[in-house]
Design a protein around this ligand. Structure first.
Ligand SMILES: NC(=O)c1ccc[n+]([C@@H]2O[C@H](COP(=O)([O-])OP(=O)(O)OC[C@H]3O[C@@H](n4cnc5c(N)ncnc54)[C@H](O)[C@@H]3O)[C@@H](O)[C@H]2O)c1
Length: 341
């Protein structure tokens, strides 16, 4: 089986590529990545060590796709995933995230290739997610126990990032309509683990732990600046396992959209994350308070995994402690990566 992973030198793509290479002896794994993300060059070196070839080109340029051989499956992990970039670089976000998917889909149609698409929980309406919380300023820990399922509203604005993800989902359904090709759409919540080069607006878990370990500054941004916003966390190993299961079962389970995340048992606020990082690193750092909330930010997101559990009998296996532990040892054991944080 020949598999192309777009965004293969990113956090998610590189981990899936190596997982598949280790676990499917007969699979040939390829990557497509222009290495624009900070840290992607290091991930490219990891792929090299596993003899996984990377096609280094921009996904927005359709002509480049002529260089590629045929594949049985494309796992589309290529995106500009930071929401705040939607404001600063709308053209790049649109071209990478939506035109990129369009080019991938044209290749799929031409070669009769199935697709697994990495979508995001950020397709859901910002207004509706905000309305789960009473006031914009979070002055104390949240007590909500709500899990977001696939029927949650996608009707109002969700950032340009969220729009490109939702539009990509629709494009997949549109272009695969009346073909025999198979697709899976995975709306992931926050994913965390080793080889994520986290920054303030994307990949906050590695960023938080790294800044504690290397004694650098951080800030609680938005919702009053108290750090009470909440997310659920999913270990990258759990992502690799579910994607691998989806590949195995693609003939039977296909053309479905799933929410996938850490769930209620794996939720944490920034404030509690700080406490855990302090204990783990034995360091206390200055955390600035920035009260003003970005128009695109949400105070709370926790995944409802009922559908994915029902279809695959899959649940996240790794707890928050295990996520943090694995990131901690990755940071400790790789001297080179210190400068990336
Ligand atoms: N990390 C998460 O928490 C999370 C959560 C939900 C969904 N997702 C989705 O999962 C996918 C992977 O996310 P990630 O965290 O690995 O992001 P990432 O930034 O680490 O990886 C994306 C990769 O795509 C590459 N890339 C970007 N623009 C490109 C272009 N124009 N041409 C070619 N390559 C380009 C980058 O160099 C990078 O290596 C994305 O689609 C993202 O939206 C991620």
């Amino acid at each position: 089986m020949k598999i192309l992973i777009t965004g293969g030198c990113g956090f998610v793509g590189s981990n899936i590529a190596i997982y598949l290479k280790k676990n499917y002896k007969n699979a040939q794994i390829y990557s497509l990545d222009n290495l624009i993300r900070n840290g992607s060059r290091l991930n490219r070196n990891r792929l090299k060590a596993y003899k996984i070839k990377n096609y280094n080109f921009d996904i927005k340029k359709n002509d480049n796709f002529k260089k590629l051989p045929m594949f049985n499956l494309i796992i589309d992990c290529c995106a500009e995933p930071a929401i705040e970039v939607s404001k600063k670089e709308p053209d790049r976000v649109f071209n990478t995230n939506l035109i990129g998917t369009f080019n991938v889909l044209k290749k799929c149609i031409k070669d009769k290739t199935d697709i697994i698409f990495l979508s995001s929980s950020r397709v859901y309406s910002i207004e509706k997610l905000r309305s789960l919380v009473k006031s914009e300023k979070l002055l104390k820990p949240l007590k909500i126990k709500r899990e977001i399922d696939e029927s949650f509203s996608v009707d109002s604005a969700s950032s340009l990032y969220g729009f490109t993800k939702l539009a990509s989902e629709k494009l997949i359904r549109e272009m695969f309509f009346k073909t025999n090709l198979k697709y899976i759409i995975n709306r992931f919540g926050v994913i965390a683990g080793p080889w994520q080069f986290g920054k303030q607006d994307q990949g906050f878990v590695t960023l938080w732990l790294a800044r504690h370990l290397f004694k650098k500054k951080l800030a609680y941004i938005g919702f009053g600046g108290n750090g009470f916003q909440v997310r659920d966390l999913l270990h990258i190993d759990d992502v690799c396992k579910i994607v691998s299961l989806q590949i195995k079962k693609l003939k039977k389970i296909n053309n479905e959209t799933f929410n996938i995340g850490g769930g209620l048992k794996n939720t944490i606020s920034l404030k509690n994350l700080t406490r855990k990082c302090e204990i783990m690193t034995n360091n206390k750092i200055r955390i600035q308070k920035i009260s003003k909330t970005s128009d695109y930010d949400i105070p709370y997101y926790v995944t409802n995994n009922n559908k994915i559990k029902k279809f695959y009998n899959w649940m996240p296996s790794k707890k928050i402690e295990s996520i943090l532990n694995d990131i901690y040892f990755w940071l400790k054991n790789n001297k080179k990566i210190r400068d990336y944080f």
